[in-house]
Design a protein around this ligand. Structure first.
Ligand code: NAD
Length: 330
């Protein structure tokens, strides 16, 4: 199939080119994101391959349909950026990579916890300037702390297992309980109980209408003072303005985010010479107890390989009229 790949970065091309040999597909790489204004680029192609910040709304899908696009291949797990109903109406199939490495994201969440807690990012810079003081570097033991996990799918499960190894008590909330975790002595509680009881809360549920702004002023007010919040899932799970208020009051003691509500304007780009217009992220960056990473949770060799291999297979399955195990429907 002829596929137009959007939001392409050097690493996408490297891993796709490495794994495309076994398939008959041809890929044309575009750096631009796919949205209603860039759909002209899809003329002459049969499918598109997109990532987390491409905007596949109703208008984009209408244009794609006119251009003869039959397949939207997401090279990510989340699909909140695709209007699935509109795709179904236009008979465009949507496939994704459901699990490219749950461990990659889970391990990144743990890295954020350790960094915020033990402040290794700060001491790295201090020591380079011959400052060997321990002032303001006090951390806390993870052993014995209560970790609240929201969403216990593939990434949530991997995260729980790592945290069990630290000797933490894990409490979890999900609309569907994991039998595997129940057998590991993980205690499922209501969302309110998690907010009240957890020292650290890590978000691993998808962004849906129900989870949009799950963490707002009302939720923060129920949490322990000085709580640590980690979000490696989707930015809009947290209402950023309310998080800033909670940070200013000291309600949130540590805030680690790999995803951000308005990330499509910022992440995956080098903006070091630009004037950032987003005042909320600039305010977040100014806090000493905030750690922001630019949606890099997935970014391991294993995950990039899996993304390329599964995407090739998804496209081949579609072309050959096979069952689509990785299809997502509205
Ligand atoms: P998954 O589908 O395996 O698990 C999601 C879990 O969330 C499921 O158990 C589901 O029942 C639960 N859930 C759904 N709605 C819920 C709700 N309202 N309240 C509580 N729980 C709810 O997904 P996954 O592979 O574990 O990925 C989780 C999320 O991580 C994805 O949706 C994506 O947004 C994000 N992600 C981020 C990165 C990154 O690089 N930072 C990479 C991959 C995925």
């Amino acid at each position: 199939m002829k596929i137009a790949v959007f939001s392409t970065k050097s690493y996408d091309k490297i891993y796709f080119d490495k794994h495309k040999a076994k398939s008959k597909h041809t890929f044309t790489y575009f750096e631009t994101t796919l949205n209603a204004d860039t759909t002209n680029l899809t003329i002459g192609y049969e499918g598109v391959c997109v990532f987390v910040n491409d905007k596949i709304d109703e208008k984009t899908i209408g244009n794609l349909s006119k251009n003869g696009i039959k397949l939207i291949a997401l090279r990510c797990a989340g699909f909140n950026n695709v209007d699935l109903k509109a795709a179904q109406e236009k008979n465009i199939k949507v496939v994704r990579v459901p699990a490219y490495s749950p461990q990659a994201v889970a391990e990144h969440a743990v890295a954020m916890i350790l960094t915020l807690n033990r402040k290794t990012h700060k001491v790295y810079n201090r020591v380079r300037e011959s400052n060997f003081s321990l002032e303001n570097l006090t951390g806390f033991n993870l052993h014995g702390k209560t970790i609240g996990v929201i969403g216990t799918g593939q990434i949530g499960i991997a995260f729980c297992k790592i945290m069990l190894g630290f000797g933490c008590k894990i409490i979890a909330y999900d609309i569907k309980k994991s039998e595997e975790l129940i057998s590991e002595d993980i205690d499922y509680q209501t969302l309110d109980e998690i907010l009240k009881n957890a020292d650290i809360i890590s978000l691993h549920c998808p962004l849906t209408p129900e989870t949009n702004h799950l963490f707002d002023n009302a939720a923060f007010s129920k949490m322990k003072d000085g709580v640590m919040i980690i979000n490696t899932s989707r930015g809009a799970l947290i209402k950023t303005k309310d998080a800033i208020d909670a940070l200013k009051k000291g309600k949130i003691g540590y805030f680690g985010i790999d995803v951000y509500e308005q990330e499509e304007h910022l992440f995956f780009k080098d903006l070091s010479e630009s004037i950032i217009q987003d005042d909320l992220i600039q305010r977040l960056i100014s806090f000493p107890n905030v750690l922001i990473t630019p949606h890099q949770g997935f970014f391991t060799e294993e995950a990039l390989t899996q993304i390329a291999v599964t995407t090739m297979k998804n496209i081949s399955d579609f072309e050959e009229g096979k069952n689509l195990p990785n299809e997502v429907k509205g």
